[in-house]
Design a protein around this ligand. Structure first.
Ligand SMILES: NC(=O)c1ccc[n+]([C@@H]2O[C@H](COP(=O)([O-])OP(=O)(O)OC[C@H]3O[C@@H](n4cnc5c(N)ncnc54)[C@H](OP(=O)(O)O)[C@@H]3O)[C@@H](O)[C@H]2O)c1
Length: 305
C-alpha cells in the first residue's frame, strides 16, 4: 500500500483485530472498527472510530465501510450460543461482505481457519469453507488467511488449560493426545493479514507458526511453564468432551466444543504448508505465561455479557 489509507477492522477491541489495528495505526493508516461492543474500553481511544455490527440493516454498516481501502474480517462465533449460531455467523458474514462490495471497498482480508472443508462433519469447518466459496464469487480481490490456533497475551485457550492444570487433579485429554497442533503468534498473524492487504489479486494461505506439538506435548509445555505437574489422563473423546462440559457448567462457560475436539483429533490444527510465523510458542510461554491460569478467562463473559 502507498500513502496512508483508511481500513475497517472487525473486533478492534477483541483479539486478532486488536493486533491488526495496532499495526495499521503504527504505519500511519486510519482505522474504523465494526464491533458488537462499541462501548467496550478501547486501547486505541479516539484513534479508532467505532461502529456497531448491524446485520439486520446492513445499510447502517455502509458509513463505516465507505472510503475504506481494506476490510479485515475476523468476525465469527466460536460456538453456538442462544441465537448466535454458526449458521447465523455465515449469513452475517455474507451480509458484511456484500455491504463491503456496495461501499466500494478495494480488498477484503478474511480470517478463516486451517483445513476448512465443505463436506466436513464439523459445522465450524463447513461454515468457514462456505464463506471462502462465497468470497471467491463476490468479485472483490481478497486474501484468505487460515490460522489453526492463535496464541498471545489475551489468549483464552492457553490460560484456561493452565487454569485446569493448576486446579484439577488430572487433565482429561480427548483420545490418545498424539494429534498435532501448529499455533501462530497473534502478532505474526496480524502481520500476515496486513501484508496481504498490500498485495493484489486473490490468495489463500495458512498462517501457522514454526513449532508443531502433539496435544500432550502442548499441555506438558504449559504445565512446565506454570510450574505444575501435567497429570494427563487419556479418555474416550466423548467422555473428555462431557467432562469439559461439566467444568464449563461450573465456571459458566464453554470450555471445549465438539467441533474443536473433532478438529484437534483429526489433525486439522496442523498446516500442510511451510510455516510463515516465526515466533515460537515455547519462547513466548517462557517469557509471558508464568501467571497463566491464575484465574479463569470466560469466553462467554467476553462475548455475551
Ligand atoms: N483464536 C484462535 O485460536 C483462532 C484459531 C483459528 C481461527 N481463528 C479465527 O480467527 C478469527 C478471529 O478470532 P479471534 O479469536 O481473534 O476472535 P475475537 O477477536 O474474539 O472475535 C472476532 C470478531 O467476532 C466477533 N465475535 C466473536 N464471537 C462472537 C459471538 N459469539 N457473537 C457475536 N460476535 C462475536 C467479535 O465481536 P466484538 O467486536 O464484539 O468483540 C469480533 O468482532 C475468527 O474468524 C476465528 O474463526 C481463531
Amino acid at each position: 500500500m502507498s500513502g496512508p489509507s483508511t481500513h475497517v477492522v472487525t473486533g478492534a477491541t477483541g483479539y486478532t483485530g486488536k493486533y491488526i489495528t495496532r499495526l495499521l495505526l503504527e504505519r500511519g493508516d486510519a482505522v474504523r472498527t465494526l464491533t458488537g461492543h462499541p462501548d467496550r474500553p478501547s486501547p486505541f481511544g479516539n484513534r479508532v472510530s467505532r461502529h456497531e455490527f448491524d446485520f439486520e440493516q446492513p445499510e447502517r454498516m455502509l458509513d463505516a465501510l465507505r472510503g475504506a481501502d481494506t476490510l479485515f474480517n475476523t468476525y465469527w462465533v466460536r460456538f453456538n450460543y442462544g441465537n448466535r449460531t454458526y449458521e447465523r455467523a455465515v449469513a452475517n458474514t455474507k451480509c458484511l461482505f456484500e455491504a463491503a462490495r456496495e461501499a466500494g471497498v478495494r480488498r477484503i482480508v478474511h480470517v478463516s481457519i486451517a483445513n476448512p472443508s465443505a463436506d466436513s462433519p464439523f459445522p465450524y469447518y463447513r461454515g468457514k469453507a462456505e464463506l471462502e466459496r462465497f468470497l471467491g464469487c463476490l468479485g472483490i480481490p481478497h486474501a484468505i488467511v487460515r490460522p489453526a490456533v492463535i496464541f498471545g497475551d489475551e489468549d483464552i485457550l492457553i490460560n484456561n488449560m493452565a487454569w485446569c492444570l493448576r486446579h484439577f487433579p488430572f487433565f482429561g485429554v480427548p483420545g490418545d493426545g498424539t494429534y498435532r497442533m501448529q499455533p501462530v503468534f497473534v502478532e505474526d498473524m496480524a502481520r500476515h493479514c496486513v501484508d496481504a492487504a498490500g498485495r493484489e489479486g486473490n490468495e489463500t494461505f495458512d498462517a501457522c507458526g514454526p513449532e508443531i506439538f502433539t496435544f500432550d506435548e502442548w499441555l506438558r509445555a504449559i504445565a512446565k511453564t506454570v510450574g505444575v505437574r501435567a497429570r494427563l489422563v487419556h479418555l474416550p473423546k466423548k467422555l473428555a468432551y462431557w467432562t469439559s462440559k461439566i467444568v464449563g457448567w461450573i465456571v459458566g462457560d464453554v470450555i471445549l466444543t465438539w467441533d474443536e475436539v473433532g478438529g484437534l483429533s483429526s489433525g486439522l490444527l496442523e498446516s500442510r504448508e511451510p510455516p510463515r510465523g516465526t515466533t515460537r510458542l515455547t519462547d513466548w510461554l517462557a517469557a509471558h505465561a508464568k501467571n497463566a491460569g491464575g484465574s479463569y478467562a470466560s469466553e462467554v463473559a467476553r462475548h455475551f455479557r
